[in-house]
Write a protein that binds this ligand. Structure first.
Ligand SMILES: [Mg+2]
Length: 297
């Protein structure tokens, strides 16, 4: 029998001794030991954390990668390849797209194939993704859809509360920077941020890790003054590496509310200190993180 995928393993472990979702409050404190009350800088991931414009990108990337691997006719079934690719995409969520395409080239090479330049794959992926999101962008531009409908619930409230606390806020995304800037303007959040950083053509110059290190260095502040919100492994892990506070968004995007168990487990494994489903708990969460209250229930 084939080994469990990463996702299946997580779901299996989740049934052992974890509190059922319906018994958890909307703010779940994973690490009560964090040093609260010294936040000066707040970093946001963009896609899936604030913006829902690119929702469903995994359903574009996974089939594309599977298709490319199937072409090699290695004898692996579509199902087997799907499991491999699904794990790979989950483990690289939050990284720049080009790294995911470099990963595809590696997988092709490992199977005896002759990969194209990862930039070719990136372009193919972006074209496919564009087909999925172009109507959303158009609807936002023409006003057919309101910006509130394309952001994670409670985003504006949270951003307002943070602004009122006088912190500096930033976006760091693995999506190409021009897209992030354009889409943050479309959902009307760009004015909250002191910096919006996305992937560059010269991809080695950008990473969430580089953004975090630079903002701590330039502001001469310790890691504990950093608070990060993200729905991906990468930003959570990078934040914990410097001693910051990491809040993981385990949004159930299909239901639009509640916790996605699979995301929750993945974010906890990456080191998330707190898990939330979306930002409807913003007041309590901010009061807690800034040390005004000591309990969230
Ligand atoms: Mg994200």
């Amino acid at each position: 029998m084939a080994a469990d995928t990463f996702k299946q393993r997580i779901l299996k472990e989740n049934t052992l001794g974890m509190t059922p979702a319906d018994q958890r409050s909307s703010i779940e404190i994973i690490n009560p030991e964090i040093k609260r009350g010294c936040i000066k800088h707040v970093l946001f991931d963009f896609d899936g954390t604030i913006s829902l414009i690119r929702e469903g990108w995994q359903q574009v990337m996974i089939p594309m990668l599977v298709r490319r691997l199937l072409e090699l006719k290695t004898g692996e079934t579509e199902q087997q390849l799907h499991a491999i690719v699904e794990d790979f995409v989950a483990e690289t969520t939050g990284k720049q797209t080009i790294y995911q395409m470099i990963g595809l080239a590696d997988m092709i090479r490992d199977r005896g194939g002759n990969p194209e330049d990862p930039l070719v794959y990136k372009k193919e992926y972006l074209d496919l993704l564009w087909d999925r999101i172009k109507d959303r962008i158009e609807a936002l531009k023409t006003g057919k859809v309101q910006p509130e409908q394309m952001v994670v619930r409670g985003s504006y409230r949270l951003l307002d509360l943070l602004k009122a606390r006088g912190v500096r806020m930033y976006v760091a995304s693995g999506t190409d920077e021009p897209f992030v800037k354009n889409e943050s303007a479309l959902v009307k959040v760009n004015h909250y941020f002191d910096g919006i950083y996305g992937a560059q053509d010269d991809y080695k110059k950008h990473s969430k890790k580089i953004v975090i290190e630079r903002l701590l260095r330039e502001n001469q502040v310790p890691g504990e003054s950093l608070l990060t919100f993200g729905d991906g492994y990468v930003e959570i892990e990078n934040t914990k590496e410097v001693g910051g506070i990491a809040v993981g968004l385990a949004t159930n995007e299909q239901a639009g509310e509640g916790i996605d168990e699979w995301k929750r487990e993945r974010l906890i494994k990456a080191g998330a200190d707190i898990i939330i489903p979306e930002f409807s708990c913003a007041e309590t969460l901010i009061d807690y993180l800034f040390g005004d209250i000591d309990r969230v229930d």
